[in-house]
Design a protein around this ligand. Structure first.
Ligand SMILES: Cc1cc2nc3c(=O)[nH]c(=O)nc-3n(C[C@H](O)[C@H](O)[C@H](O)COP(=O)(O)O)c2cc1C
Length: 168
């Protein structure tokens, strides 16, 4: 069986979502790549069987431009400045060309319930024509800025593997 061609695209200000994206890509297999919203251009996603997209939950939802500006202006107790070098997932989804592949969505968040981002991502992907292949999932960090809770990287890898099996 051919391995699944996948792009796992992420927005990540402090690296937690990027780490999960890489683990999901590892789980999917050798033809899966984890790319930031800056790297995942229309050309890079054009021949993907599945687009997996993820972002952190900030202010109870998918980060808005206002929230990104707020964390830039008020970094608070952040261990490092936020990485705002790549666009917001919202912006990336707004520019996503219509397609016919499969999709899946994830987010990273504190242990809640303090909102979600994955369902909003899933809805935008579906509206662009990418049929949902999995239920949106959240991966959990231990503190406001991370790190990921023990076992979450492994859970992400397993989720990616399950997704690949569902698509084969
Ligand atoms: C300013 C700020 C606001 C946050 N708001 C929420 C929230 O509303 N709900 C939640 O579950 N987690 C919230 N978090 C936790 C982040 O979702 C979590 O740290 C996430 O993994 C960050 O991802 P990143 O490292 O990829 O940027 C917040 C974190 C920060 C720094």
């Amino acid at each position: 069986m051919d391995s699944v061609k996948a792009v796992v695209v992420y927005e990540s200000l402090w690296g937690n979502t990027a780490r999960i994206a890489r683990a999901i890509a590892e789980g999917i297999g050798p033809e899966a790549r984890a790319l930031s919203t800056a790297e995942a251009t229309a050309a890079t996603i054009a021949d993907a069987d599945v687009i997996v997209a993820g972002a952190p939950v900030l202010g109870f939802k998918l980060p808005s431009e206002k929230m990104r500006e707020s964390v830039r202006a008020n970094p608070g107790k952040a261990p490092a400045p936020p990485d705002l070098s790549h666009p917001a997932m919202r912006t990336w989804l707004d520019a996503l060309p219509a397609g016919q592949g499969a999709s899946a969505a994830f987010d990273t968040r504190v242990r809640g319930p303090f909102g979600s981002a994955a369902p909003a991502i899933a809805e935008a992907l579906e509206q662009a024509g990418y049929a949902s292949a999995a239920k949106p999932v959240g991966f959990v960090v231990a503190g406001r800025f991370g790190p990921l809770r023990d076992g979450e990287v492994e859970r992400a890898r397993a989720w990616g593997a399950e997704l690949a099996t569902a698509l084969e």
